[in-house]
Every structure is written in structure tokens, then in C-alpha cells.
Design a protein around this ligand. Sequence first.
Ligand code: PLP
Length: 433
Amino acid sequence: MTTPAGIGHDPHAQLFARAARVTPGGVHSPVRAFRSVGVAPIALTEARGARVWDAEGREYVDWIGAWGPALLGHAHPRVVEAVRRAAGHGLLFGLASPPELELAERVTARVPGCEMVRFVATGTEAAMSALRLARAATGRARVIKFAGGYHGHADAFLIRAGSGAATLGIPDSPGVTAGAARDTCVARYNDLDDVDRCFADGDVAAVFVEPVAGNMGCVPPEPGFLQGLRERCDRHGALLVLDEVITGFRLGPGGAAERFGVRPDLVLLGKALGGGMPLAAFGGRRDVMSRIAPAGPVYQAGTFAAHPLSVAAALAVLDVLDDAPDLYQRLERAGASLERGLRAAAGESRAVQVQRVASMWTVFFAPRPVRSWDDAPAVDRERHAAWFRAMLARGVLLPPSPFECAFVSAAHGEAEMAHTLEAARAAFAEVPA
Ligand code: PLP
């Protein structure tokens, strides 16, 4: 890769100029606009394994992984085949279908604390439905979330919501009412005293937490943090909602709950489960989930819920995971090797933090580790942007934001690692220290 992608290239420039006339910002989700990396966005036309191709035919080693779904790599052949086969039987039934029962049984069997599950289309839906349910189950209104934590774009969560909003400089979105903001208490991640401050005002229905934060870059929970949340929820009669939309099926068969040994009351799933198809879910304690309509009075519904093609894809994802018992060890090894390589490439003297949990990772241009959103101002956005551009020019596609997590997939092999580390050595050398 010799030509910097994106910058002033006519086909892309023309495409996005046209797109901006008919779509806000020219994109259908803000982070795709590359606003924080000082380069024109690229549009992709193909994604296979650990690689993607842009509209001008350039090939990249991809670490965005579609923002998490590509756990097995893009377009895994068994997932694609399952979708193709399912499509042959019809696209959407609007009534129940046997494969969704199999999926519900397999998901509840492997996700800790998930005794019952309901499938939806997106993580946003899963989070807003779980919040309504938590409020109904406790008879309380308030929710605790963490600064830099993202749980989709429902009003209650769009308050200090991490990467997407922060990248655009919109800490709170206009259109979120004062009432919605009032019912949300925002605490500092990894700080149980601050959680106690939120509990002190009472009326807390639930704590929503990303068990490994992925939306302020990869920020691990400190020892005891998740257990401290569990203990406080028990003490105050609030529900602990683990948002495993990123971590579910990625950190191990039972996600973060299993890895960190913390039992949720409700859990949110999405991304990796659908293998690239739109599928998400909320689930949890039987007594709580039984309140969902039609079993109970809490309304929740969806035309595209448990979409047959998404369900087929998810069953194929679980089959692939079941057939590869060493997959999580391989991801861990690949992640560790990448982390070591990136640290070596960055060199001792640079203010660079490589933060990683399993296959989730972020390079922060910061003098100290990032533990919470309070550390975000110390992240050097200019140096990140320069590094992003230098990597892109060498055919390595990273998340176009200093506060997004990158993902190792099962398809990243020796070739992708070597290419990435070689690019990283050159890119670090180009970025001002
Ligand atoms: N929860 C987390 C932790 C996420 O990272 C995301 C999306 O990035 C969501 C929820 C929302 O999911 P979706 O984009 O499918 O609505």
C-alpha cells in the first residue's frame, strides 16, 4: 500500500459528496464518517476473513471487525452457507419458527444467569427493553450507567456515552429530555465510591455496565469492581445488567460473566452472536424475564425480532465455536502476541498504552493507562489521528476513533500480524513523539 487511502481520491470523494446530499453526514452511523482522524472516509465493497476491500479495490488488514460481530472473521463460510440455506425457505415469517427455539436453548445453556432470553435485532433494542423491564420489576425509575459506557442510543443511555458521541464532541445529544437525563446517574468506571454516590439518592432500578468497557477504547474492569457492583445491587435491591453486546461469546463461551465470575440479573447480547447478521438479545433471571409480554405485562415486540436469517447465522456461529474448543485460547494467544508486538513497535519512550482483554484491544496515545472516562482528556487525539492515517496508508484499517476498541478475529493469522506490526513500526516512527 503506497497511496494514502481516502485523501482526495476522486471515487471516494465523489461518493461521499453525493451521499452527504441525501444522508446526514453521508453515513448511516456517525463513526463511519472518520471525523476524528482527519481523513476522508472510505467505503467498503467486500469483507472476507481478516481483510476488507474498499470501493477503489484497495485491500486492508481489518481490525474494526464490523465493530465486534466478526469474531470468526468476515463472512465465515459456514455462516454464509447457513444464511443462504435459510433464505431458500423464506426471508421472514412473522410467526414463531423452530430454529429460534434451538437458539434460545443453546444461548440459555451457555450464558451465565440467562435463564430465559428474548431475541431482538439490535443492541439498542436489547438495552432499552432491559431498562423498561428493570424498572417494571423494581418499581423504580433511576438507572446508573458509567461515563464512557455505551448501551445503544436510547435516551436514558445517551448521557456521557463514550466514543461515538465523544468523537463528535456531543457529550449529550439534543433531543434527550431533561427528564430522561434526571433518571440516569452517571458514575465513574472502576470507582465503587462513585457508584455509592449514585445509590445514595435511592430509587435505583438497575446498574448497566460494560463488563469490559469497549466504548471508551478497551478498558478492563479492575479487580473487585464487577463484584462490588453485584454486592451493591444486592444490598439496594437493584438489578445488575451486564451489557455483553461486545463481550458476549467473545471473551469465552460464557462471556465476561464467566470470565470474571459475576452473575448478572439481566444480560444484553448482540454483535458476535449474529456473526454479521442483525441479531441481539436480552435475557436473565426467570422471575424477571417472565414479566415480558405475553407472559407478563411489560410490553416489548418487533417485526424483525429473531429474524430467521439471523437465527440461522447465530446457530452456525455456535456450531463453529463448539467445533473449535481451542478457539478462545488461539484468540488469547494472538491478542497477547499483537500486544507485545505493538508495545515493542511503540518503544519505551513514547506515551503509548496498549490495553487489551482477550481479543479486545486499543492503542491509547496517553501517558498513563486509561481506567475511566476521566482519563480521556489525557489521550492525544492528534497523535492518534496521525497514527491512524499512517496505518491506513500501509493497508491496515483501525477503528477511526481514539476511543474505539479494535478486535482480533479467528481469521487473523501470521500474515495479518506480520503486516500489521511492520506497518506499526513505520507508523510509530512517523508520529511525533
Ligand atoms: N452495547 C454495547 C456495549 C455496544 O458496544 C453497542 C454498540 O456498539 C450497543 C450496546 C448497541 O448495539 P447496536 O449498535 O446493535 O444497537
